[in-house]
Unconditional design. Structure first.
Length: 279
């Protein structure tokens, strides 16, 4: 769009060269250029535009060779041999000059009042686009900040939610029982039902492993098999493809052992090992 506006300035002024330049403390560089084959920037001390931004209106040099301020300028004495210059300052709504939109030629010129007025209008249009780009960038930055805050809020909320999963209620016969998740040793899938094993009790509920896993605090429990979820701090040893769970009653045996082996599925082994504090 800035190339189009630069080209429009050239059409208005009847020149083969037109530029949108931005100026800092040491140089001017070209946001857009038409008919200019030289570098993308020049030192500020040789830039015609540095004089334009000192004023608030169109700055025009009809013949640079006859102007004592510009006749020795290297842009005049050497390529591209500028003879005519007309520029309008790009001034922000806050009154800050950013650069210019200008038209140049290798032969002398003189603008009409209509051309000068049109160049002022194009300059305001350039500033409008620059302000729009700045506003969009600020909006994108604010959106990124907002996204970051939302992620932080969600993480905090999730942390609080996870921390609040200290208990679950399970339906047994015609009543609801509260079970502390700290008392759960492991969970076992059983068809359409799930067995929840605490130290001395077993509760059978109609649920899926996925549903139950979502209700348990993720920092305390880990899925070790498609059929088993265990409490991390109840694992006392890993033997071959089994995890030994402490304090879990073996409902299928009368051995009286204080530990129970739970099988570890191959697809869950790496997840389990990553959760363990290995040395």
């Amino acid at each position: 769009m800035f190339d189009d506006l630069a080209q429009l300035a050239g059409f208005i002024c009847g020149t083969p060269i037109s530029l949108v330049s931005l100026i800092d403390a040491e140089r001017q560089w070209f946001k857009a250029k038409v008919g200019w084959d030289a570098s993308d920037s020049t030192d500020r001390d040789v830039a015609f535009c540095q004089h334009t931004i000192l004023g608030e209106d169109v700055f025009e040099i009809e013949d640079t060779t006859k102007d004592p301020m510009f006749c020795d300028n290297p842009l005049v004495t050497a390529s591209p041999s500028i003879r005519f210059y007309a520029g309008a300052p790009l001034i922000t709504p806050e009154g800050v000059p950013l650069g210019t939109i200008c038209a140049l030629d290798t032969v002398p010129h003189r603008l009409t009042d209509a051309q000068r007025n049109a160049l002022r209008i194009v300059a305001r249009e350039v500033v409008s686009h620059l302000e729009l780009r700045r506003a969009r960038q600020q909006l994108e930055q604010e959106q990124r900040k907002l996204d970051g805050l939302l992620r932080m809020a969600n993480d905090a909320a999730e942390s609080l939610y996870m921390g609040s999963k200290a208990e679950i209620f399970i339906k047994q016969e015609n009543k609801l029982l509260r079970v502390e998740t700290a008392d759960i040793r492991y969970v076992e899938a059983l068809g359409d039902y799930v067995n929840i094993y605490v130290a001395k009790e077993r509760y059978t509920v109609y649920s899926t492993m996925k549903e139950l896993e979502a209700k348990l605090p993720a920092r305390d429990f880990v899925r070790v098999h498609r059929k088993y979820i265990v409490r991390l701090d109840c694992i006392v040893a890993i033997e071959a493809d089994s995890a030994l769970i402490a304090g879990a009653r073996n409902w299928h045996s009368d051995s009286g052992s204080n530990t129970l082996p739970i099988p570890i599925g191959n697809s869950y082994k790496s997840i389990l090992m990553s959760r363990l504090n290995l040395v």
